[in-house]
Design a protein around this ligand. Structure first.
Ligand code: C5P
Length: 401
């Protein structure tokens, strides 16, 4: 197996003290490791500590007097690296990378590294993290196809409680390692994923719709592409996305159906996380309907997209649906699984206030064709997405031996 080269960039945050363990994990698992630190990072952990672990020089300065190799060091380091991981990534370094500032070795090499696989692990004070300017900078990096390994929530070194804690280094390692292995094993698996609501126009300015933020579907698309899958995301989505996957924005269920019918044959795994509107106005007014006289809407049912697509499904493909139930959940979800010819259905309890709609968290039950049931406790949608995609890939592999 190829030994992968990981360049770890360490910036000046208190979480730097956790990075020796991250380095150890990479080395223990046969990665080659090189390290670049910012000056500030060396105030938290000395270069000596890291040099003892990786048994080679740690790079800090761009220009070292008397050395002629250092002037092009940033180019050499980038050429060497298969993967770049910045952990912890401070708000300051994230801002510099987002805006193309290269005022130290790490930020200069990031200007050269535009075609590399890059993981950013933000860690900082909660207010700094939630500050719109930091969020915008993170969004810029996401759009440039950087993988953002979001921080955990919890008590921070400064005493604040909230998001901003560096993700556990074991989890960071697992994600990156999984990504590397997935690239080797699963490259080329094609996902078509729907997310968010559909909207059904009443007149040019009004519509009816379903409650849905699209977060679950986006998390699924994020993880599937992180694992090396080729992803097409379809939905009425207001949030912006990175270039990790292609997105097609649609309004109406009927548009979603047409697009899927046209494309589904070319994909291996379909995940229908969209909250498709079940009903649409029978007649759509060409002009804005005047108020004052009330309005009686006549609705008709939208086609069931999954049912339509199941007619086109072949034996190699995996179809995953969602079910939002309020009662008799498991029984109803199972019925849908069979009716829609699915391999897995993800059951949400939509009556819970603390999870689901708009939340970053959810608690779901996975129900499989063979009657197996997997209860997933409350966790981040990004983590639930990884379980769903891993399961879908497992099923796909079993169908395509
Ligand atoms: O039947 P129900 O709407 O509960 O089924 C939910 C699942 O079916 C979801 O995966 C949803 O995306 C999909 N669906 C669909 N077409 C509809 C309504 C829902 O494909 N018209």
């Amino acid at each position: 197996m190829k030994k992968h080269n990981v360049l770890i960039g360490i910036t000046g945050g208190i979480a730097a003290y956790k990075i020796p363990n991250l380095c150890r994990l990479f080395i223990k698992n046969s990665y080659n490791v090189k390290i670049v630190m910012t000056e500030n990072a060396t105030n938290f952990v000395s270069t000596l500590t890291f040099e003892a672990i990786i048994r080679s020089k740690v790079y800090v300065n761009e220009f070292i007097e008397g050395s002629n190799e250092s002037a092009i060091e940033h180019i050499n380091l980038v050429d060497w690296a298969d993967i770049i991981v910045i952990a912890p990534a401070t708000a300051n370094t994230i801002a510099k990378i987002a805006h193309g500032i290269g005022d130290n070795l790490l930020t200069s090499l990031m200007l050269v590294a535009s075609n590399k696989t890059i993981f950013i692990c933000p860690a900082m004070n909660t207010r700094m993290y939630l500050n719109p300017v930091t969020q915008q900078n993170i969004e810029i990096l996401r759009k440039r196809s950087f993988f953002i390994i979001e921080p955990d929530e919890g008590e921070l070194a400064c005493g604040d409680v909230g998001p901003g804690r560096l993700k556990e280094v074991n989890d960071i390692f697992d994600l990156i390692n999984k990504h590397v292995n997935a690239l080797d094993n699963f490259k080329g698996i094609k996902f078509i994923i729907t997310a968010g609501p559909t909207i059904e126009y009443i007149d040019p300015v009004r519509f009816i719709s379903n409650r849905s933020s699209g977060k679950m579907g986006i998390a699924l698309a994020d993880y599937a592409s992180l694992m090396g899958g080729e992803v097409l995301l379809i939905g009425h989505l207001l949030q912006s996305h990175g270039k990790l996957f292609n997105t097609i924005i649609i309004d109406k269920a009927i548009e979603m159906l047409e697009l899927l019918k046209e494309n589904v044959k070319k994909y291996d795994i379909l995940i229908m996380a969209a909250a498709v509107a079940d009903f649409k106005p029978k007649n759509v007014a060409n002009e804005k309907i005047k108020k004052g006289e009330g309005l009686i809407l006549e609705l008709e049912e939208n086609p069931d997209i999954l049912k339509e697509l199941s007619k086109l499904k072949n034996d190699r493909q995996v179809f995953v649906g969602f079910a939002a139930e309020t009662s008799n959940s498991i029984e109803n979800a199972r019925k849908k699984l069979i009716e829609k010819n699915l391999d897995m259905i993800v059951l949400n309890n939509v009556l819970r206030q603390d999870i689901g709609f708009d939340s970053d968290y959810n608690e779901v039950t996975l129900i499989f064709k063979n009657n197996e049931i997997l209860q997933i406790p409350k966790m981040k949608k990004s983590e639930i997405a990884s379980i769903i995609v891993d399961k879908a890939i497992e099923i796909y592999k079993s169908k395509n031996v």
